[in-house]
Design a binder for this molecule. Structure first.
Ligand SMILES: Cc1cc2nc3c(=O)[nH]c(=O)nc-3n(C[C@H](O)[C@H](O)[C@H](O)COP(=O)(O)OP(=O)(O)OC[C@H]3O[C@@H](n4cnc5c(N)ncnc54)[C@H](O)[C@@H]3O)c2cc1C
Length: 455
């Protein structure tokens, strides 16, 4: 029995681990990874001698998949310190309002600190607008701007969405990005404020929202691979996928490997190419997924450098520096404040650059990018210390955008793949870009392959 897993990111690594657990040591599992390393967007680098994530840095601990997998693998999970996040809104840095649903408030008071008087008045008037209705899906920005005005979107919703998708409300779809809100409207909530109020718990549960692994998220990949024991083919992409009488042939450069089943765990553009002949409807659906590119500029400052007393700062696209120029960064994470295991020597922080549809600063070379990010940092925090180490990690097409209609598109893709025996699909383009969602798709895809092979 031979299963080929295409793509060695977290989705592929989890799939290989689940397949090994289900199929046992007798099965051959091959992971084909285009680059020279596993992990995909989970990448732990050494910065000033410290293991530091330059891709994903944490995951939602409230969803069961990530925390559950860490426990299953015997990996220690750590949670952020009490430092709060902040947002640069209307030219000043304010604490990030806590009691909102992706920036959508259940009461106007919740967001008062980040809005102007006029912005507050628009938000306060939302419940009095004609009842909200939703036909199919809509761009989140269209709905929110209509109901709350631009300020709430520009100052709060966009910066929050930018942190997850590297995209803003105008390009992201309501149903895929804030499904609970869409469901509340479908159930008849008269306004967005009422819908959010019904969804935001009256009292915070106190349970930590995020978790990470103290050795970096690369540790998760190492452990999965150690247990999955796959054959790994590095350094060349799968370029073609064909059905054979009793299975599959994967083309890798001039070579080919045969397998009984194939699990695709690659980003949407690669999945689109590979599915073109074998599941054309899935291929064209995935071809509709757009991607945002970004870069992480990781810096180690000299020990003792004082960071703000916050876990980080989000920056809206419309915020301007004192010189009138836009910020290059869309967010900073003050990692040595956010994580106590990173508060031990060099002062670590990362600037994130890149928004969907705005290549801007990403076109600069690494030195220039670092200079721009350091200028932003100085403007926001007054920190001008020269870094003792820097790592620039670029993520071209790093994050899929869940536009309006995304759920339909995914349903089309999954339905088409389900009709093809021995083929399964996993990854960030499907049911959430976060690590727990990727783990869930990988687990489901491995289950599908297993039930094909061992009916
Ligand atoms: C900068 C950044 C920060 C993020 N931060 C967080 C965070 O803090 N928390 C969170 O939960 N999520 C975060 N995310 C999102 C999350 O990390 C990703 O969505 C997730 O890791 C994607 O995993 P994946 O395995 O589906 O895809 P990928 O990680 O993209 O892995 C796919 C792999 O397939 C390989 N590949 C592609 N084509 C082929 C081919 N033809 N043949 C063989 N191999 C191929 C690629 O080289 C890659 O290794 C972040 C994403 C980015 C870019």
């Amino acid at each position: 029995m031979h299963v080929a897993v295409v793509g060695g990111g977290v989705s592929g690594a989890v799939a290989a681990y689940r397949l090994r657990a289900a199929l046992g040591d007798g099965a051959a599992i091959t992971v084909v990874e285009a680059t020279g390393t596993l992990g995909g967007k989970l990448r732990t680098a050494e910065v000033a001698g410290v293991r530091y994530d330059v891709g994903a840095e944490a995951f939602l601990a409230r969803r069961p998949e990530g925390a559950g997998l860490a426990a299953e693998l015997g990996l220690e999970l750590v949670h952020p310190t009490k430092a709060r996040s902040t947002v640069r809104a209307g030219g000043r840095v304010a604490p990030l309002p806590g009691r909102t649903l992706m920036g959508i408030p259940g009461s106007p008071d919740a967001v008062a600190d980040v809005l102007s008087g006029a912005g507050r008045a628009r938000v306060a008037a939302e419940p009095d607008l004609p009842p909200v209705t939703l036909e199919s899906d809509t761009a989140l920005g269209v709905l929110l701007r209509e109901r709350f005005g631009d300020e709430l979107v520009d100052r709060l919703v966009d910066p929050l969405l930018g942190g997850v998708y590297a995209g803003g409300a105008d390009g992201l779809g309501l149903r895929a990005t804030v499904p609970a809100l869409a469901a509340a409207i479908d159930r008849g909530a008269p306004s967005l404020t009422a819908a959010a109020a019904g969804l935001i718990p009256a009292k915070p549960s106190g349970a930590p929202v995020f978790g990470t692994l103290p050795g970096g998220l690369g540790t998760l990949i190492d452990r999965l691979v150690e247990l999955a024991k796959p054959d790994i083919r590095f350094g060349q992409p799968v370029t073609g996928l064909r059905r054979r009488a009793n299975g599959w042939r994967l083309e890798i450069g001039d070579e080919a490997i045969d397998a009984d089943a194939v699990l695709l765990a690659v980003p949407a553009p690669a999945a689109r190419r590979l599915l073109a002949d074998v599941a054309p409807a899935a291929s064209s659906a995935l071809g509709e997924v757009e991607l945002a590119s970004m870069a992480v500029v990781a810096m180690a400052l000299p020990p003792g450098t004082e960071l703000p007393a916050a876990s980080g700062v989000l920056i809206g696209a419309r915020e301007r520096r004192a010189d009138g120029e836009p910020f290059a960064a869309k967010a900073f994470t003050f990692s040595s404040r956010k994580w106590s295991h990173l508060d031990t020597g060099p002062v670590l922080l990362r600037g994130s650059v890149g928004r969907f549809g705005d290549a801007g600063a990403l076109q600069r070379d690494d030195d220039e990018l670092v200079r721009l990010v350091r200028d932003d940092l100085a403007e926001l925090t007054g920190i001008t210390a020269t870094p003792i180490d820097v790592a620039v990690q670029r993520w071209g097409g790093g994050l899929p955008q869940y536009g309006p209609g995304h759920l339909d598109l995914v349903e089309r893709a999954e339905r088409a793949v389900a009709e093809v025996p021995g083929l399964a699909l996993a990854g960030a383009a499907l049911h959430g870009v976060g690590v727990p969602a990727c783990i869930a798709t990988a687990t489901a895809a491995a289950t599908r392959v297993t039930s094909h092979l061992v009916p």
